[in-house]
Design a binder for this molecule. Structure first.
Ligand code: ATP
Length: 349
């Protein structure tokens, strides 16, 4: 049974010409962590609010744990959807201590044992009687997650849960929040505009733009095989290179023949665009590609470099990374090769 199924959901706010969410379909298996990822205004919060029941879609179907909670004739209100919610600012009650915050609204007979169970799950044993203002940001976040999980919801929705944490804590909490959700066996939908958060915590990422789904896949699929230049540039950086499909599925570009894992099945002679990640270029003594170093930015464990490739009339700037031991002078000639694995044919002309 699917935990969540969204079928062709659309929503246009009153007074707006453009849909906030357009024809969105998505299936989540039980126990999966999914992140809705995209830039500001792409419709991710609207999707979360439609799931929670704070907004009503114009059309489509939503099923939760096999039950239809929305279609053109049906709308189950938020309090009857059995959804847990973690808000961006955590929304803890300032006058209630940790244990009372966690137990708030829980009506089960096992309230005491359940609240202590989730308290332990989020590693806050010993903090029962503290008030929110006596907790760090990361601890407050854990209380909010414990409260959302206490009722054993079909799904937990988390709206930008890491945005109020500083950089170091954010990295720890990605790992910790993933552990908590997996240990609880919960199904979770995150909203984020941060690709690092999404890559770290998700089983599946849904990349959105202008209310439409661009791509759904595992973090590796999204990073290695972005379907278009928007996804390729939103999740990491990339180089877009034009080429033509050759006889053996390799793509012939003006400066090299490039092996792509997803070019098989394409007709020879088709014009294509490739996404080649900066990490796929490497310095090779006898590499087939000649380039010249145009600019560099020192970044500690790596140097972000831009090199120029020129062959006849063809010119292209390429972003790549150099090992810090290769701190060449600007203008140095560098020979390059391309590593397979991070090259993908984009689904666009
Ligand atoms: P952010 O990261 O900034 O929160 P988002 O991806 O979550 O952005 P949404 O908040 O879902 O995007 O907004 C999608 C579109 O709908 C935007 O164009 C936004 O201006 C519009 N919108 C959102 N809420 C409303 C509302 N209550 N009334 C009218 N338009 C709205």
């Amino acid at each position: 049974m699917n935990a969540i199924e969204l079928k062709k959901i659309s929503k246009t706010y009153r007074g707006s010409d453009l849909p906030a969410v357009s024809d969105l379909s998505l299936i989540l298996q039980k126990g999966e962590i999914v992140t809705l990822l995209g830039p500001s205004g792409c419709g991710k919060t609207t999707t979360l609010r439609l799931l929670a029941g704070f907004e009503r879609a114009d059309s489509g179907v939503i099923e939760l744990g096999g039950n239809r909670i929305f279609d053109e004739n049906r709308w189950i209100p938020p309090e009857r959807r059995n959804i847990g919610m973690v808000f961006q600012d955590y929304a803890l009650f300032p006058h209630l201590n940790v244990i009372d915050n966690i137990g708030f609204g829980y009506r089960g007979k096992d309230k005491k044992s359940r609240t202590h169970e989730v308290l332990e799950l989020v590693s806050l044993k010993g903090y029962e009687s503290r008030f929110p203002h006596e907790l760090s940001g990361g601890q407050q976040q854990r209380v909010a997650i414990a409260r959302a999980l206490a009722r054993r919801p079909v799904v937990v929705l988390l709206d930008e849960p890491f945005s109020n944490l500083d950089a170091d804590l954010r990295i720890c909490m990605r790992v910790e929040v993933k552990r908590i959700i997996k240990e609880a066996g919960a199904t979770a939908v995150f909203v984020s505009h941060d690709q690092k958060d999404a890559l770290a915590i998700s089983d599946k990422i849904v990349v959105m733009k202008d209310g439409k789904v661009q791509q759904i896949g595992s973090p590796k699929e999204i990073y290695q095989f972005p379907v278009n230049s928007f996804v390729a540039n939103f999740v990491g950086h990339t180089n877009i290179i034009k080429g033509v499909v050759g006889e053996d599925g390799r793509v012939i570009t003006p400066f090299a023949e490039i092996t792509c894992n997803n070019s098989t099945g394409l007709k020879t002679g088709t014009n294509v665009k490739l996404s080649v990640r900066p990490d796929s270029f490497q310095v090779e003594e006898n590499g087939p590609i000649e380039s010249v170093l145009l600019s560099k930015v020192y970044g500690g464990n790596t140097i972000d470099a831009v090199v120029g490739i020129q062959k006849g009339d063809f010119k292209q700037k390429i972003s790549m990374q150099l090992h810090p031991s290769m701190d060449y002078e600007i203008g140095t000639m560098i020979k390059l090769g391309i590593l397979p694995g991070f090259v993908s044919v984009l689904n666009e002309k």
